[in-house]
Write a protein that binds this ligand. Structure first.
Ligand SMILES: Cc1ncc(C[n+]2csc(CCOP(=O)(O)OP(=O)(O)O)c2C)c(N)n1
Length: 205
């Protein structure tokens, strides 16, 4: 028991479909980044997240907000205000940034603070596979590992960075963390039906 809502894959999918529909009808004016195809992995990741833990995300964070306990209507209200790409609900201990790597040093800083204060909670930070190949991600993971910080890096591999193939960019078949067995890395692959941004109609890329 982790005191977080018990959501099913269908709950997550139907929320995201509602956002897609609202975006495609022109009611949401700002970009949205949607998840699809990773519901089981996301629920598995959250089975190890507690109420007191911090969750940090990128531009794609609707599933995390719902699973961390933010009521659906509160998440939807923020999305309708155009804030889908940087949803922050500090009272639920969930923070996001639309800047590639933006949340990584913040996540490390929170984990340092928890360790210094002998806290028992943890930080879980989500990043795409291209973000995981940046220098800043490598430094944050190395620092956190060597200092044994209470943080887990959840790397979500959809194979793409906007429209670029991540493995083609780095000329490799295997990305740095994809075969990692480290305790502080959770790596998963998924196929999404949505474009990087948007919902298949209107503005998308
Ligand atoms: C500093 C910075 N550079 C560029 C961008 C534009 N941008 C947004 S997402 C993204 C690709 C990230 O790819 P990945 O980390 O694999 O994430 P995902 O595919 O899950 O969106 C880029 C280049 C940005 N938001 N911030």
């Amino acid at each position: 028991m982790n005191n977080l809502p018990n959501l099913t894959p269908d709950d997550l999918i139907s929320f995201e479909e509602k956002v897609a529909e609202t975006f495609n009808s022109g009611i949401i004016k700002a970009p949205v980044h949607l998840y699809h195809g990773n519901e089981h992995q996301m629920i598995d990741v959250f089975s190890e997240i507690n109420h007191e833990d911090w969750v940090l995300c990128s531009w794609r964070s609707h599933y995390q907000c719902l699973l961390k306990g933010v009521p659906q209507q509160e998440v939807m209200d923020e999305i309708l205000k155009g804030r889908s790409i940087s949803l922050c609900f500090p009272e639920y201990r969930i923070l996001s940034s639309a800047i590639v790597t933006g949340v990584l040093p913040i996540a490390v800083g929170i984990a340092m603070s928890i360790k210094r204060e002998n806290g028992t909670n943890k930080v879980h930070v989500f990043l795409g596979e291209m973000t995981s190949e940046t220098g800043l991600a490598h430094e944050c993971i190395k620092y956190s590992t060597n200092h044994d910080l209470p943080i887990r890096f959840v790397i979500e591999d959809n194979g793409k960075s906007v429209c670029s193939d991540t493995r083609e960019v780095w000329n490799t078949n295997a990305l740095t963390y994809e075969n990692s067995t480290a305790d502080n890395i959770y790596y998963y692959k998924y196929d999404t039906k949505y474009p990087h941004a948007g919902a298949g109609k209107r503005v998308q890329f």
